[in-house]
Every structure is written in C-alpha cells, then in structure tokens.
Design a protein around this ligand. Structure first.
Ligand code: CMX
Length: 423
C-alpha cells in the first residue's frame, strides 16, 4: 500500500496545489446566519476524496456505490479508501499479512491502562482511552520531532494508521469481554482469519454467519465523507499535526454521541421496548401509535433521519436484505423490517423533519442481537473499529496533499445582529 501511495500522493498533491493556485478565489456557495447557528449543515467548506454521500444516492466510496462493495472484505475497503482503486489479490494478501504481523506487536501496557478503569466505564470510553494511551508509539510524532519534511508527513501517518487498525480490534475485543465480565478477557487472534472475522473470534463468537455479519458491518460503517462529527473532529485534530492516535481517539469521542454513533444502541433499545410492551411484534396501527408516543414525549425515533441523506440509507437496505436471507424468523429482525413500513409515514407528517427514512443504525442492532451480542453500550465500539478505516484514510490523504490547519472565524451574536440589520 505504501508503494502504491508513494506513486499516487505526489501526483494528487501537485494537482491540488495547481488547482487551488488557479481557482482558489472562485466562489462555491453562500453563507447565511442560519448556517452559522445551525451546525454548518450542508456548508461546502471542506474536502474529502475518500468518499461522498449524495443525498439522493447514499454512500459512494471512491465513486463506487456501496451496494457494489457489499461482498468485499474491510481490508479491501481500506485499500480502496486510500488508493482510490481496489487491491489485486496479491495486494490484499500483503495488507492482510501486514496487519497480522503488526497485531502481534500490540504493546501490553494498553491492557493495564484499561484495567485501571472501572468495569462499568462506558466501552467507548475504554476504547478511546486505549487508543489514546498508545500515542507513545506514534511514528508521526517521532518523525516530526526529528525534523521530517512536510512532503513525508503521509508516510508515518500511514504507519500509525496501520498499527491502529491492527491493534484496535484486539483492544475492542478485550473491552467487550471485560465489560461483559466474560473470562478470559483476552482470546488470542487466529492467524487463519481475516481482520473482521478475527475480531469476532477474539470477542468469543465463532459462528460463520456472525463472521460474515462482522465482515459486512465493518465494510458498511467504514466511511461517510468528511463532515460528520467523528470524521470532522478527527480531521480538525489532525490538521494541527496532532498524530493519528490523538486524532482517531478524538474522532471516536464524537462517535460516542447519541445523535451520531450511539444511535444504534438507542435504536435496538427502542425495538426491544416495543417487543416487551406488546409481548411480540405488534400490528402496524399499534406500532404507529408507539412512534407517535415517542415523538410526543419529546424524544427522537432513533435510527431514522439523517443530516445529509434524503432516501433510505443503502446501508440499511443491505443489512435488511442480509437479515432477510440469514435470520428471517427472528422477531427483532421482523420488527425492524416492520418499522420501515410504519415509521417513515409517521415522520413525514412532521414538517421540520427533512429525512423520514431509516439510517444504518435502524437495522444493525437487530442483527447483532440475534447472534447473542446483546450488550447495547458496546455497539458503538463495533462502529468505531470500522469508522477508523475512514478516519485514518482521510488523515493520510490530508497529510499527503499538505492540508492547512483548520481555523474558521467565529463571530459574536452581536456581530451577527449587526450583519442582519445591514442586510
Ligand atoms: N425523530 C424525531 N425528530 C427528528 C428525527 C427523528 N428521527 N429526525 C430529525 N428530527 C427533528 C430534529 O431533532 C430537528 O428538530 P429541532 O429542530 O426541534 O431540533 C428537526 O427534526 C430537523 O432535523 P433535520 O434537519 O431533519 O435533521 P438534523 O440534520 O438536524 O439531524 C439526526 C439529523 C440524524 C441527528 C436526526 O435525524 C436524529 O436525531 N435522528 C435520530 C438519531 C439517529 O438515528 N442518529 C443516527 C444518525 C446516523 C449517524 O450519523 O451516525
């Protein structure tokens, strides 16, 4: 991968530099007071080449629709995110062997750091702390301290990223077993398994169907362009030339929010509450009333809506299809599928909601639950392991073309009011 990027990155860098030199003063949009107070929604003010999310199409990874990538391995997706093309079989085997070799070198102190935390600390906090603790290993920081040139920044960023990707499933599996009180807390990796199935194995799951679900889960959550909270946070921290351990850990802290990655835990809770209250899958009418009750109590219906998408999330479709093939009789799966018929029609009646359709989180939890992964607070950790591929590939790209430190200008409400009066 490093050899491929060494060919491509200088070309991309030159292209971007001359593009910005020639067109840097051209206007690409208008900025309103609403943007500044409204979470900068839709504002085109950052660049991400690894993936994009057209509101009417959903995720494209390097221009390829996700549905065309659903049978791949996550390692292939990481390659695609970084290099812009799929690896050959030989390149894939090389990356997989590299990750396995790195996994063997995980520093032992990370487990002691996690062991110092109470067992009921949130799994996301344990994971983020583990990644942050490993910052001592950063090749980027060592290179920077030794006076590395700007053109070389991407190389140790790749090196750190590969170590993080090799080590994170081991830490995440340890967090799972420790948090759930399943001894032994550590299960050795199986060298015969690929990255995704190996993670499942280290968590203690060895059903081939679950291996496949984990593979799919890690593919589907890998990236979602640059402006979402986790990617943007990681990008912002990285722009200060903080190394990937700082940046990824920071991004994951953003993923831990209930409006972002934590929604998958909340969504499954919502489905189980329905099953418990109605002693099984209720009728459409009952489900509709339950959705209205949720909304009228001031809560969101988790798993529905999106800041960018305006269609059913293709990741939801892919998971739903996988469930239909593999676990069609499961009641939680059946309820999840039924909510798809009911909830959008309810949300469409609320004018302010721009997207009434399900996002990825509406489906994932029900599938995990079927296989016995019932510890909801853990679900965002799975999301994190996958999203690390996106965050790291975005960091490698940014360091590759020498992106500037982020520094938007904030203004006061008094300034905004003065602007409004002038306009
Ligand atoms: N249930 C109830 N209200 C909803 C809603 C839902 N599922 N989706 C949006 N709304 C509300 C918003 O809370 C907002 O209300 P206020 O103006 O009173 O604050 C209003 O509708 C307009 O929101 P929007 O412009 O359509 O959507 P946003 O970009 O503001 O928010 C999101 C997007 C995902 C946070 C929101 O749809 C939501 O809270 N959904 C439920 C949680 C969820 O599934 N999150 C996971 C998203 C996937 C991810 O990024 O990880």
């Amino acid at each position: 991968l490093k050899e491929v990027l060494a060919q491509k990155i200088p070309v991309w860098r030159d292209e971007i530099k001359s593009f910005v030199k020639e067109h840097g003063d051209k206007k690409i949009g208008d900025l309103t007071i609403g943007h500044a107070y409204g979470g900068m929604r839709g504002l085109k003010a950052m660049v991400c080449d690894t993936s994009e999310v057209p509101p009417d199409k959903g995720l494209l990874i390097r221009n390829t629709p996700l549905k065309e990538l659903q049978h791949t391995q996550p390692e292939e997706i990481f390659w695609l995110l970084c290099a812009g093309e799929m690896p050959t079989d030989e390149q894939l085997a090389d990356l997989q062997a590299d990750l396995k070799a790195r996994a063997k070198k995980i520093p032992e102190y990370v487990f002691a750091v996690i062991d110092a935390m109470p067992k009921d600390s949130h799994p996301m906090c344990m994971l983020d702390t583990g990644i942050l603790a490993l910052e001592r290993e950063s090749e980027f920081r060592k290179g920077y301290d030794a006076g590395m040139k700007k053109d070389q920044y991407w190389e140790p960023t790749l090196e750190d990223s590969l170590n993080i990707l090799a080590w994170e499933p081991i830490i995440a599996a340890y967090v799972y077993r420790r948090h759930a009180g399943k001894e032994p807390f550590r299960i050795a990796p199986d060298d015969k398994l690929a990255w995704g199935p190996n993670y499942a194995h280290m968590m203690g799951f060895d059903d081939p169907k679950f291996y496949d679900l984990m593979r799919l889960y890690l593919v589907l959550h890998s990236d979602h362009e640059g402006g979402n909270v986790s990617a943007h946070t990681c990008h912002c921290i990285g722009s200060a030339l903080s190394d990937p351990y700082y940046a990824v850990s920071g991004g994951l802290n953003g993923l831990a929010g209930p409006l972002h990655g934590l929604a998958n835990q909340e969504c499954l809770g919502w489905l189980l509450q329905v099953l418990e209250q109605f002693k099984g899958v209720p009728s459409n009418e009952v489900l509709e009333k339950f959705a209205w009750d949720t909304l009228n109590s001031g809560k969101v219906v988790p798993g529905y809506g999106h800041a960018v998408l305006r269609i059913t999330d293709p990741r939801f479709d892919i998971f739903k299809e996988w469930g239909g093939k593999n676990i069609p009789e499961d009641p939680v799966y059946q309820l999840m599928a039924k909510t798809f018929d009911v909830v959008p029609e309810v949300l469409k009646q609320i004018k302010k909601i721009k997207d009434p359709w399900p996002n990825v989180d509406a489906a994932s939890g029900s599938l995990l639950y079927h296989f016995g992964l019932k510890e909801f607070p853990y679900y965002t950790v799975l999301f994190s392991v996958s999203r690390t591929m996106g965050m790291c590939s975005q960091l490698i790209m940014s360091r590759g073309w020498g992106e500037a430190i982020e520094r938007p200008k904030s203004v006061t409400t008094a300034w905004m009011k003065a602007q409004a009066a002038k306009a």
